[in-house]
Design a protein around this ligand. Structure first.
Ligand code: 5GP
Length: 199
């Protein structure tokens, strides 16, 4: 497949908790409307300011299970050991069929599933400038209690160790810089690595 293959237009962004994936994706949404950004489904409750259908599709555990059973999720995972998150499949496929660059922001388990389903997608790791900075951002965000923070830091440690699995890493020094780097990859993806090319 060439760099123009539809699946190559799919960029999967992952990285440890609190690294700023959501902020970078929001920057892309605001500055590059030509990029289609997936809206995930989740069973967790909305945080203040989050909007159903825009931040996430907030669904009940029953609705989530139904979507999985009906094959309507491209990938799904329990993240941080508690809530389910998943990417509705149809909107991703429609965006790619329309030739739009498409962006998913998901966790590592989900990224692995997408690579099984769509091996030509581009997998991008968003890295913090340092571990200390990551902890500072997580504590500074103030949206989680101590127990939840500990859980997220444990996940973050595992996720940081997975950096080499990805095609490309972007260090999140600033939102504008990381967002612009991501858009460059979406609009002009590098070729699929030889070991992943379908024979
Ligand atoms: P938060 O609860 O802070 O919004 O998100 C928690 C984690 O869930 C983040 O690491 C985020 O990448 C991940 N996540 C969000 N949407 C999805 C999804 O559709 N699938 C998977 N596998 N993970 C997701």
């Amino acid at each position: 497949m060439t760099a123009d293959a539809p699946q190559r237009r799919l960029v999967v962004l992952a990285g440890p908790t609190a690294v700023g994936k959501g902020t970078v994706c929001q920057w892309v949404r605001e500055h590059h409307p030509e990029v289609w950004v997936s809206v995930s489904a989740t069973t967790r409750a909305p945080r203040p300011g989050e909007v159903d259908g825009s931040t996430y599709h907030f669904v009940t555990p029953q609705e989530f299970s139904r979507m999985v059973e009906d094959g309507r999720m491209l990938e799904h995972a329990v993240v941080h050991g508690v809530h389910s998150y998943g990417t509705p499949r149809d909107p991703v496929e429609s965006a790619l069929e329309q030739g739009r660059p498409a962006l998913l922001e998901i966790d590592l388990q989900g990224a692995r599933q997408v690579r099984e389903a769509m091996p030509d997608a581009l997998f991008v790791f968003l890295a913090p400038p340092s571990w200390d900075e990551l902890v500072r951002r997580l504590v500074g965000r103030g949206t989680e209690d101590a127990e939840e923070r500990e859980r997220r830091l444990a996940t973050a440690e595992r996720e940081l160790a997975a950096r080499d699995w990805f095609d490309v890493s972007i260090v999140n020094e600033s939102v504008e810089r990381a967002g612009a780097d991501l858009v460059d990859l979406l609009l002009d993806p590098p070729p699929v690595p030889a070991d992943r090319r379908v024979p």
